[in-house]
Design a protein around this ligand. Structure first.
Ligand SMILES: Cc1cc2nc3c(=O)[nH]c(=O)nc-3n(C[C@H](O)[C@H](O)[C@H](O)COP(=O)(O)OP(=O)(O)OC[C@H]3O[C@@H](n4cnc5c(N)ncnc54)[C@H](O)[C@@H]3O)c2cc1C
Length: 1658
């Protein structure tokens, strides 16, 4: 019974599901229905689930769609159930195998995505020489599974391609010459038919279906398993060679020779002509089905000088994986094909010509890869099987399947690329035809390469009819049609697969409506302000469809169709994607509904005021306007174009009742308080400067075909488009010189009278006329104020203007100097011509250069001229640039001079914006502007075509029906002309970093900000000292923002790909195993799924997870929490050893001196916490018997577990105690981890102490007190705390060095704050620096004077180094706090000078004190080694370590980009081959791909890849000071001392000195039973995320899926990007070899009274 039960139930189930009346349900309901019907072998996933993402993703991003859910069936029966449900509910669905379909929606859907991954078995049957293969596999896996049996199948040629689609489309393989197509080797399909039944389809069981499936894709059901013939497999020979442009003729020749002559069926090639980043080249795949190819076959290819080469005898999988096909995965892509009869020189030339032509042309439209795969198969390939298949429809001729493949970045460019690839295929076909290749224009096109709208008969020829009749039998209800929703309405193709895009429906008549009518004259007084109510996050949305516009003296209603819809879409967006409370959104629309507030002038003004009334710091406001805007004459000369822009309320006639830009500015801009934010979206004509924001032109992005330059659009004002803000997809990079020139070009424009340079000069030239201060370059607001003041003859302002005016004299002009000075006698005569653009333009047109207007600078330059970022220091606290000033951004749909449009298809800028933000609510502002610009341009292009067609139609109609044309202007065709585009504009109050996320991110980020009434951060805002408890209350009040969390995890995860030690750190070798065993990737995966009570808790977990590496090079630090406040106690501790050798924890003898000097304002708080009988000072030196009731060493060890940064235990224990450092600020005191915490971890501490000279003990409790870090940006409440300290800042992310206009990446303030070596002032330095990071910033607590060395300072020295001579007159001391903080030249010369001076004073022995040395310049460390011990013949490199970098795929792409595309002409990038030497210390050539071949290693069970060994990096060229010819000291007379805290470059120095020269090392302090190490964390070179991001961006790889996204928060991620090889064991990293100190000098109370320096010589 039990056995029977299941089929019975299934059959009932199936019957229920196949009930005759289809039930229409929502897709989500269908997902649920599927989930409840399928067995446990299968699963349904929803958006945000990890596997959902995998299920919907495709090799080409344009082939992916966002499905309602995905389902992974695990059995054929479940596939049946799913198909039943889908068919019954007519739900759209897609079936995905390997996801390599190049056509959109062929295996994706917005309905239910079926992903076949779980069909993953490969069953080899030796008896029948067949393999049964699951439909969810990719070929790589199949080959690997069959390899042990030395057999193989006829499958894919490159990595990643799916078995299912490949096979169901035909299958051209490396073995096709020998055995035919993959379909020719099929013996059976396991097929789930559209009715849900499972069938084994063979030639015998159902010859028709068997025939139809071979090339017929998914029209006949879902295949779950394929059975293929197998063939013997040996090792094969081949791989990839790449050639540069200059070699193309030779490669094409070789291809021609191969195609014409080679008859060995085991040989095959693919010659890919491609165009990548501005240059054509060739990727050549070679294949021979045997370990060694016979001579002659490939010789031509092998003789050509190559760019990269990876050809060898290898196993089949390795050969398949040598292909570069994944390099462009994740971009938008399309395939097309042109079948050819023969590869003749003419055709080959035509292909190259097409490559270059379309490559260059499409680069401007975000094209990233344009390629043509030339595949010379033998003419016999279709003779290997006589079993019929739908493809090829005829086996008499084997046409060659040329594959065209284009990849690009922007969705908006889809149509261009689709159209281009079709044109290109046609062109090649035409060339072939012209050459006599008869029939290529009608020949079958390979279905797997054909573009989506290829006519079916071009794929299947005469087989189409038979396929349709088979389909009618197998799928009578057309269940599989649901896959091709796009064919709806196209009855012709209804039953077969190839979709055509939605036919663009022509609408007639009204097409498009400008959102304004005409310019009119008006003057109106500015509005007064009214204060109303406040709210934390509010929106006002206005949409006006109907306006009565005055025209030609009469009233005429001007109707728009979209504004109401715009308001609704925007409202939904705010609620769903930005978590707005619907009650906080006010909408004004003109509908006939008494409940609806109408957008009258009065209502709009009232609601605008209400929106921002009582606004407070941290409030967020959103304003959206969709309707008409008109321009009126500006009468007070406050607008650079002489026009004011005005909203047209629904009760306005277009003349009266307008709302002028001044009013908007007055209400929305002027009144917002510091720390608040406003985003305005203005979708109307003339809206660019509707809010009169200062920074308008300078935020523009460069969109080549839209930014037409001076000739075509607003000629004067366009001059200063900010070229350094270009978001250009350049097909060719410009040289560094040209970048500089671009800057110069802009600077060459006559200087603004308000530019700083000009102001300065003016004050020199005209001392008699005082210049009033002008805040920041003139803004529309300042400008207006000046003008108004002028008319009122405000004396201060007029002085300013007078002075400014005079300073605008053009020095180079022939008409300058005296004449202009004369003209500047009256203020007014100065001012008005200055603004009179029309006059100037008119004069210019007439060639009158003497016209007064022309004497003046272009008014453009009175505004931010595009270089605002470079001068962004706030000029006053109220300046728009000051950090706390309100952030106001407006995104307008066009420039002031332009009109905005909506079309009859229901599109407006708002609709497109909503569409973009739905997909990515947090794009960078640059990306947003580029995308929206493209979308609008695209729409305009369509509208132009539409207009043209419409005009033609109207003309024809009028001719035909003159009697019906009542009104001559009906269907007026004026409007959108071909040069009439709308360029969206981004305006702002402060200069914008266009790489920052769109402003609404702040809204999202602040979404969880507590309400102001109970704001825990307000309690600590503005305070210097706070309790840790209050601080935690603030930190923990923020819920985790999933977007931010995902962003951080993504950045860390992808940046770790550069970290050399990830796999080593999973379980470090002895002696570090106990302390370093962290599987970071596993933990990151855990963190990404784990939920946290607050964002702070998430941070703690992330931070500690990385700290478990005990590697100061690899940390995660977030300025939002780490060291924002530092948590202090006034009692730093010391570890002292008594005369019996016993060790005890003591309060440091200098504790009170240090604390009272550092915390004079808080010391009483601590004193008050003590019992009255105990003075704080009396605790100095007290023995600490217990901490929190436990033995003091328990606290020491607990701290060592979470302190991170140093691998050796002793060093981490030592960081608990106080110590010192010599640095930039002289001697400083380090409180130690007990008395100084970077996070508010503890509220208080209870100690039992025995004070000095007391026999009794005291229990004391002292509170921790948190003091604001000087680097913290001030805040007053939650919102300002988050906005000021938590969001990414300039320098958080990297820059594209070729796009910024100067060669400097901004220094990251976040990095500097946490660097353990003082920052070096660098412009993108080429000096290699080791960056050591820690959450405790460099201490700013002064060393108590009694501890400052009393011995004489010897001259020499520099920022972080000082020299002393001990009284014995033979011991010199070099106190070296870091290898940073100064320039490398100053360090090297200072070191040399100091040591030489010590020597000349008689020093014969040297102590180098590197306590708490945080590393820095690598070459400075090597120089110090070199000058101390002198040159040696045998040791070049003498001082440094050989290193290796991690050879990850992204790193490899960077190198390739540098080599192939010349992205780094100035050698700024870490990955530039020219920056490195090989292991023999020979420099790489510019085109050496030093990451190839990778050195593969298995580390802790994980396969990892590294570069080849790199040799010397500093000597001889890295030393800017010439080292002496002789040693300054004998190595045996040199001692290096520290407390073990010596990192990075300090480790390099100490290790090479100790291990190569035998120098002695001493650790002062430390537990006697723990072996002390003299250093920790030695890498080869460490760096940070922003630097790597600069590499990625400069290499134009930011869009690659492997690239970390921009970090959204103010954080930093460190990594070791090169690992040093060991000295004693040169095969293993030095990082994991012991560094035990020669001597552990225990600290005794007696010694302690002396400065360690003085003591060392004893
Ligand atoms: C990088 C790359 C290299 C390529 N190299 C070659 C090559 O060397 N030779 C060659 O001939 N082609 C090649 N192709 C083309 C390739 O064969 C097709 O893209 C193929 O359709 C991919 O199959 P897939 O399973 O990965 O794709 P998918 O996108 O998963 O599917 C493709 C089509 O098959 C259907 N389908 C998938 N699974 C099933 C199923 N189980 N039952 C029914 N229908 C199903 C889908 O619905 C879709 O219509 C290549 C493509 C790429 C992108």
């Amino acid at each position: 019974m039990k056995i029977l039960l299941f089929p019975v139930l299934t059959s009932i189930f199936v019957q229920v599901l196949s009930s005759p009346n289809p039930v229409k349900r929502s897709v989500t309901d269908v997902c649920k229905q599927i989930a409840s019907a399928i067995s446990s072998a299968s699963d349904v996933y929803y958006p945000l689930e990890l596997l959902y993402d995998k299920d919907i993703s495709h090799w080409a991003s344009s082939s992916s769609a966002v499905a309602a859910c995905s389902v992974e069936p695990g059995s054929a029966a479940d596939v049946g159930i799913i198909l039943q449900i889908l068919g019954n509910t007519t739900t759209p669905f897609g079936v995905k195998g390997g996801g390599h379909a190049s056509n959109p929606n062929f295996s994706s859907t917005t309905g239910v995505q079926i992903a076949m991954y779980r069909f993953s078995e490969v069953v080899y049957d030796a008896a029948s020489s067949t393999a049964t293969i699951g439909a969810g596999l990719i070929w790589d896996d199949v080959y690997a599974a069959l390899a042990p049996y030395d057999v193989n199948v006829v499958g894919g040629r490159v990595t990643g391609v799916g078995v299912a689609g490949f096979t169901l489309g035909g299958g051209y393989s490396w073995k096709t010459n020998q055995y035919g197509l993959t379909v020719d080797t099929l013996t059976a399909f396991e097929l789930v038919k559209p009715d849900g039944t499972v069938a084994n389809v063979t030639q015998d069981s159902d010859s028709d279906l068997f025939f139809a499936l071979k090339g017929g894709f998914n029209n006949f059901g879902i295949v779950t398993r394929f059975t293929l013939q197998t063939f013997p497999q040996t090792q094969v020979w081949g791989g990839l060679i790449t050639f540069t442009e200059d070699q193309i003729p030779k490669v094409i020749n070789a291809t021609y020779t191969f195609a014409s002559n080679v008859t060995d069926p085991k040989a095959a090639i693919i010659t890919t002509a491609n165009f990548l980043l501005g240059q054509p080249g060739i990727s050549q795949l070679l294949f021979y089905d045997g370990p060694t190819p016979p001579d002659g076959i490939f010789d031509d290819f092998l003789a050509i000088p190559y760019f990269t080469k990876d050809v060898s005898t290898r196993d089949f999988v390795s050969l398949v994986q040598a292909s570069p096909s994944n390099a462009t995965a994740g971009t938008r892509a399309i395939f097309n094909s042109a079948p050819l009869l023969e590869l003749t020189p003419t055709v080959l030339d035509a292909i190259i010509n097409e490559t270059v032509f379309w490559g260059s042309k499409l680069s401007w439209e975000s094209g990233s890869f344009i390629s043509y795969d030339i595949e010379p198969f033998m003419s016999t390939i279709f003779t290997h099987s006589d079993s019929a298949s739908v493809y090829p429809p005829s086996r008499s001729t084997a046409y060659l399947p040329l594959n065209l493949y284009y990849a690009w970045g922007l969705e908006i460019a889809d149509d261009s690329f689709h159209s281009a690839i079709k044109q290109s295929a046609n062109q090649i076909t035409a060339v072939a035809l012209a050459e006599g290749q008869v029939g290529v224009d009608t020949a079958p096109i390979y279905p797997n390469y054909a573009i989506y709208d290829t006519p079916l008969d071009r794929l299947y020829g005469d087989n189409v009819a038979k396929m349709q009749s088979i389909k009618a039998i197998v799928d009578p209800d057309n269940v599989m049609e649901a896959l091709y929703l796009h064919t709806k309405g196209l009855e012709l193709h209804k039953t077969l697969i190839y979709r055509v895009p939605l036919l663009w429906t022509f609408s007639f008549p009204p097409l498009i409506m400008p959102r304004r009518t005409r310019n009119i004259h008006l003057s109106e007084k500015p509005a007064e302000l009214v204060v109303g109510q406040s709210n934390a996050k509010k929106a006002l949305l206005i949409g006006i469809n109907n306006t009565l516009m005055e025209q030609d003296g009469g009233g005429r209603r001007s109707r728009l169709t979209m504004p109401h819809r715009d308001v609704n879409s925007m409202r939904a967006l705010l609620i769903e994607h930005y978590h707005y409370n619907p009650n906080d959104i006010v909408t004004l629309i003109d509908v006939d509904d008494p409940k609806q507030l109408q957008p009258t002038r009065a209502n709009i003004r009232t609601e605008l005021r209400k929106l921002v009334a009582d606004a407070r710091r941290g409030d967020r406001f959103f304003f959206h306007y969709s309707g008409h805007v008109v321009q009126t004459e500006n009468q007070d000369h406050t607008e650079e174009d002489g026009k004011d822009e005005c909203l047209v309320p629904c009760d306005s006639d277009g003349v009266q009742n307008l709302i002028k830009d001044d009013e908007l500015h007055g209400i929305l801009v002027d009144q917002l308080p510091q720390g608040s934010q406003l985003v305005a979206i203005l979708d109307s004509c003339h809206s660019g400067s509707l809010l009169d924001l200062e920074h308008y032109r300078c935020n523009r992005v460069w969109v080549p075909w839209m930014s037409k330059g001076r000739r075509k659009s607003d000629p004067i004002r366009n001059k200063v488009q900010r070229h350094n803000a270009l978001i250009v997809y350049q097909h060719k990079r410009i040289s560094g010189d040209r970048v500089k020139q671009r800057k110069t070009t802009i600077l060459n424009h006559p200087l603004s009278p308000l530019s700083p340079e000009r102001r300065r000069r003016a004050s020199r030239e005209m001392p008699a006329t005082p210049i009033s201060p002008v805040t920041s370059p003139a803004s529309p607001t300042t400008h207006k104020k000046l003008a108004r003041a002028l008319t009122k003859l405000d004396i201060n302002a007029t002085k300013g203007i007078n002075a400014i005016r005079r300073s605008s004299t053009w020095k180079n002009s022939p008409n300058t100097g005296q004449q202009v000075m004369k003209r500047s006698k009256t203020i007014k005569s100065q001012f008005i011509p200055w603004l009179d653009i029309k006059r100037a333009e008119a004069a210019a047109a007439e060639g009158d250069t003497n016209e007064e207007g022309l004497q003046c600078e272009s008014p453009v330059q009175q505004f931010c001229n595009g270089w605002c970022h470079h001068n962004s220091s706030p000029s006053s606290p109220k300046s728009p640039r000051s950090p706390g000033s309100p952030e106001i951004i407006s995104l307008a749909s066009c420039k002031d001079s332009q009109e905005a449009w909506e079309d009859s298809e229901g599109n407006s800028m708002t609709q497109r914006l909503v569409e973009i933000l739905k997909q990515d609510p947090h794009p960078t502002m640059g990306d947003l502007m580029v995308t929206i610009s493209h979308k609008l341009h695209d729409a305009a292009m369509k509208a132009h075509t539409q207009t043209k067609q419409y005009k033609d139609k109207v003309v024809r109609y009028r001719k035909k029906h003159p009697e019906k044309c009542k009104y001559p202007d009906e269907g007026d065709t004026d409007g959108l002309n071909l040069n009439d585009f709308q360029d969206p504009q981004l305006s702002s109050r402060k200069p914008l970093d266009m790489r920052r996320r769109f402003y609404l991110i702040a809204l999202s980020f602040a979404a969880e900000i507590p309400r102001q009434t109970n704001d825990p951060c307000a309690k600590i805002g503005g305070q210097k000292w706070v309790s840790p408890e209050d601080l935690r209350a603030c930190y923990t009040s923020f819920a985790v923002d999933p977007v931010i969390k995902e962003n951080i995890v993504d950045v860390i995860n992808k940046t770790l790909a550069f970290h050399t030690s990830v796999n080593y750190e999973i379980s470090a070798p002895e002696p570090f195993t106990e302390f370093v065993h962290e599987d970071l990737l596993k933990d990151l995966a855990r963190i990404s799924t784990q939920s946290y009570p607050s964002d702070y808790d998430l941070h703690l977990d992330l931070s500690r997870t990385l700290k478990r590496l005990n590697d100061g090079h690899c940390v995660w630090i977030n300025s939002c929490y780490d060291s924002l406040f530092l948590n202090f106690l006034p009692i730093p501790l010391a570890l002292l050893t008594d005369s019996t050798g016993a060790q005890n924890v003591h309060i440091a003898p200098e504790a009170f001196a240090a604390a009272s000097a550092e915390f004079p304002d808080e010391i009483t708080v601590w004193q008050d916490a003590l019992p009255p009988a105990i003075q704080l000072q009396s605790l100095d030196g007290a023995k600490v018997l217990s901490i929190e009731g436990q033995d003091s060493f328990v606290a020491v060890d607990t701290n060592a577990l979470i302190t991170g940064s140093f691998q050796p235990l002793g060093t981490r224990q030592n960081s608990f105690f106080s110590s010192y450092q010599f640095g930039d600020n002289g001697w400083t005191y380090i409180m130690g981890d007990f008395a100084q915490q970077s996070l508010p971890l503890n509220d208080s501490v209870t100690l039992v102490v025995q004070r000095v000279n007391e026999s009794t003990t005291d229990a004391i409790q002292l509170p921790y007190r948190a003091r604001i870090n000087p680097d913290t940006v001030k805040f007053t409440d939650s919102a300002s705390y988050r906005a000021n300290n938590c969001l990414a800042i300039l320098g958080t992310n990297g820059v594209d060095l070729n796009e910024t206009g100067d060669s400097a990446a901004p220094l990251s303030e976040t990095v500097m704050r946490f660097q353990q070596q003082p920052p070096t002032s660098k412009t993108f330095t080429k000096e290699r620096v080791n960056v050591m990071l820690d959450t405790i910033p460099l201490s700013d607590v002064a060393l108590p004077p009694s501890l400052i060395p009393s011995v004489p300072v010897v001259s020499g020295g520099f920022g972080s180094g000082q020299f002393y001579m001990l009284p014995d007159n033979i011991t010199g001391i070099f106190a070296l706090g870091s290898f940073g903080g100064d320039t490398i030249d100053a360090m090297m010369s200072g070191m040399l000078e100091g040591l030489v001076n010590l020597k000349s004073l008689g020093a014969t022995q040297l102590i180098v004190d590197v306590s708490n040395n945080g590393g820095g310049f690598i070459c400075a460390a090597e120089f110090l080694h070199r000058i101390i011990v002198g040159p040696k013949n045998t040791t070049v490199p003498q001082a440094g370590l050989d290193t290796k970098a991690r050879d990850g795929p992204l790193a490899r792409l960077i190198v390739q980009q540098i080599i192939q595309s010349n992205v780094d002409p100035d050698q700024d990038l870490l990955y530039n081959p020219l920056n490195w030497d090989n292991a023999s210390n020979v420099g790489f050539a510019a085109d050496d791909d030093w990451l190839l071949p990778p050195v593969n290693l298995t580390i802790n069970g994980h396969v990892d890849a590294f570069s080849q060994r790199l040799g010397q990096e500093c000597q001889p060229n890295g030393f800017t000071s010439t080292p002496p010819d002789e040693a300054l000291f004998s190595a045996s007379n040199v001692v290096i001392v520290s407390n073990g805290r010596c990192a990075s470059s300090c480790s390099l120095f100490s290790i090479t000195m100790a291990k190569e020269e035998g120098v002695k090392t001493v650790v002062i302090g430390g537990k006697s039973d723990v072996q002390q190490a003299y250093c920790g964390t030695v890498g080869g070179q460490s760096t940070v995320f922003s630097e790597l991001d600069t590499e990625v961006k400069t290499a134009k790889l930011k869009n690659n899926t492997l690239a970390p996204p921009d970090l959204l928060v103010n954080g930093v991620q460190g990594v070791t990007w090169r690992l040093g090889f060991g000295i004693q064991d040169p095969t293993q990293p030095e990082e994991w070899q012991p560094h035990l100190a020669t001597l552990n000098l225990l600290l005794t109370p007696n010694l302690y009274v002396l400065l360690p320096l003085d003591r060392i010589s004893d």
